[in-house]
Design a protein around this ligand. Structure first.
Ligand SMILES: [Zn+2]
Length: 59
């Protein structure tokens, strides 16, 4: 019974180590992309693709 407890503790420790190693990468992936400023109309393009304001025909 004691062996199972020790094994469980080791397993948890390994999981914690992996969690610490993986956490920063995951947080970086889930982070919101930086808002880009359109060079043509100088509005914020949050999607990061073609500017939605310029495609409306205003630019
Ligand atoms: Zn634009």
């Amino acid at each position: 019974m004691l062996k199972i407890v020790t094994l469980f503790l080791i397993f948890m420790a390994v999981l914690a180590m992996f969690g610490r190693l993986r956490l920063p990468k995951i947080t970086r992936r889930h982070g919101l992309p930086k808002p880009r400023l359109c060079k043509t109309c100088r509005r914020y393009n949050l999607r990061g693709g073609p500017c939605p304001h310029c495609s409306d025909g205003q630019g």
